[in-house]
Design a protein around this ligand. Structure first.
Ligand SMILES: [Fe+2]
Length: 574
């Protein structure tokens, strides 16, 4: 049972926490002390056993000589041994396998080995890819040396692959094999259809990842887009009390963040989603700390937790070690993926790269940034130059306003930067822009307009003034509003808002053709995530945007799954 459900006072505190974590604040910022004052009376802090290593770090890198879209030469391949201890002869694969950042000819493969019997030298990990799950014919293979300096994680940027092709992959050390993973390269050239799952916000403390399991079983996806809050940094029972964390304290150091990532990847449902699909992931605040910005976070306490820059670097290093993401320079994760002539996907970092502090009093200061000047220029140039049918922006915080709330953590807290973005959309003829958003633990579809509350700026009946659409994906587990919350008043007050479900967990399926882009929301029944036994999502609603319309229209039924999708990888056992 969640700690927030124990008393009315705690429930109120839970709402405050949800508001804080979602970044929805009515014109003021809550502090961590407000939060703790509300929670402390009713929540006993729990502890769990620790389980992972504490190591120092220097990433290993070698050049594979290929420059994909928007990325430097691929940094991962087998390099020289990086630690000097005796070689690791035997390992276990406890954290599954993963893949990510698919390009037409390459994809990142990931695993983590756990040395047996305390060995601490270099582990030589063999990897193989195949077009069949039985590996009857191996397409490409190699080895990767890992060690404690990179927390025994393995990341290989495998090249020489064919576009729009499903591959199976596995790792081995000696006779011990990892589970088989399944991934898919991006298509190139003329592309008729694409399907993605869009997910965010998996607070492990709030419950079980049934939604990830449903995503795993959808065999016809091209990739999973994860919009951030993949982990949460909180200590036990501060934000959710259904499942404990390791470490039980808030993540602050490199060791803490590594252990938290390791703890997440011990979850079988999350491992299943990684096993079957490539992820394209970006971070939000909780991969670092609550409501983070470039130079701080509202729950970072320098007097006890040290320099923010140190904590930020630790969180970033653990993320790069533990996520199947292709690294760019200096902690940059904003990047672009081309899916042939159908989708040009720009992924943003609205959190860590260039964000100014959330401050209501100075929100109109023109020097305040959400993306930073370089990322913003890059985005606007992408939008202006893209020739793909759909320009999709994957990012964290909401672009559109939902009154009466004022979300100072979202784009509306940075109105000058927001106006620059909207102006860029307005100058694009038939922009076909769709923004995908996470962060607020609820499901919404809205037209994007400069001022949707002014008849001169936006007409809900005709769509005049709409510059594109925004689809907001719900959380996998993180809490939103009450499941029975009535959205009718919000829909009445917000003419640009066409759909909302503030209370249920789940994910979106984005189905894309040249004629339309459809977002379909799939939700778990209320109360599901607190139950360990399997619960299933069901279709709730779909909204589309039609080619050239730049506005929403009812989406009807969810697009049918593809016929004869490639076989799923054999499920991990034990
Ligand atoms: Fe979140």
């Amino acid at each position: 049972m969640a700690a927030e459900d124990d008393t009315g006072a705690a429930r109120a505190a839970g709402v405050a926490i949800a508001a804080l974590v979602c970044g929805i604040v009515a014109g003021t910022m809550l502090t961590r002390r407000d939060l703790l004052a509300g929670v402390g009376a009713s929540v006993a802090l729990g502890t769990v056993a620790a389980g992972c290593e504490d190591t120092a770090a220097t990433p290993a890198a070698a050049d594979a000589g290929f420059t994909p879209v928007d990325a430097p030469a691929a940094p991962y391949d087998s390099g020289p041994p990086v630690d000097g201890g005796p070689a690791v002869a035997a390992v276990d694969f406890l954290h599954g396998v993963a893949s990510g950042d698919p390009l037409p000819d390459r994809v990142m493969l990931w695993t983590r080995v756990t040395p047996r019997m305390g060995a601490d030298g270099t582990a030589v990990v063999r990897w193989e890819t195949s077009t069949t799950p039985d590996f009857a014919a191996v397409v490409t293979s190699g080895t990767f040396n890992t060690a404690a300096s990179r927390d025994y994680t393995v990341k290989v940027d495998v090249g020489g692959l064919s576009p729009a092709t499903t591959y199976y992959y596995r790792f081995s050390v000696g006779e011990t094999r990892s589970p088989v993973g399944r991934t898919r390269t991006a298509p190139a050239g003329t592309v008729e259809r694409l399907r993605f799952a869009v997910v965010s916000c998996s607070s492990l403390a709030h419950g079980y990842f049934h939604a990830y399991r449903d995503v795993a079983e959808r065999a016809d996806l091209d990739a999973v887009l994860h919009l951030g809050d993949y982990i949460y940094e909180f200590q036990n029972n501060l934000y959710g009390g259904v499942r404990p964390y390791d470490p039980p304290t808030s993540a602050v150091t490199l060791s803490d963040y590594r252990r938290r990532h390791a703890w997440y990847k011990r979850d079988a449902d999350l491992r299943a989603a990684h096993q079957q699909h490539p992820f394209i992931a970006i971070w939000d605040d909780h991969e670092f700390a609550n409501n983070a910005w470039r130079d701080g976070a509202d729950n970072h306490l320098p007097e006890t937790e040290g320099l923010w820059s140190t904590r930020k670097a630790a969180a970033m290093q653990a993320y790069f070690e533990w996520m199947p993401i292709r690294e760019l320079d200096n902690g940059r994760i904003w990047r672009r993926f081309a899916f042939g002539n159908l989708i040009d996907l720009s992924l943003l970092d609205t959190r860590i790269w260039g964000r100014s502090m959330q401050e209501a009093e100075v929100s109109n200061d023109p020097s305040r940034m959400l993306l930073g000047a370089d990322q913003e220029q890059w985005l606007l140039a992408n939008l202006a130059s893209s020739t793909a049918r759909w320009k999709v922006i994957g990012q964290q915080v909401q672009v559109g306003a939902i009154r009466p709330d004022l979300n100072l953590d979202g784009w509306e807290g940075y109105p000058v930067a927001r106006t620059r973005l909207l102006r860029a959309l307005a100058t694009m003829r038939s922009s076909n822009v769709a923004v995908l958003t996470g962060d607020i633990h609820s499901s919404w579809a809205m037209d994007i307009a400069v001022d949707p509350f002014s008849a001169g700026s936006y007409n809900a009946a005709t769509g005049q003034g709409s510059l594109g659409v925004e689809f907001i994906t719900p959380a996998i587990t993180s809490p939103g509003d009450h499941p029975n919350a009535d959205v009718a008043p919000l829909l009445a007050q917000n003419p640009h808002l066409r759909y909302g479900n503030p209370g249920l967990r789940g994910f979106m399926i984005l189905d894309c053709t040249h004629e339309r882009l459809q977002a379909a929301w799939f939700h778990l029944p209320a109360g599901s995530i607190e139950q360990r036994e399997r619960q299933r999502t069901a279709f709730s609603a779909a909204w589309s945007t039609l080619q050239g319309a730049n506005r929403l229209s009812p989406g009807g039924e969810p697009a049918a799954p593809r016929d004869n999708p490639p076989a799923l990888a054999p499920w991990e056992t034990a």
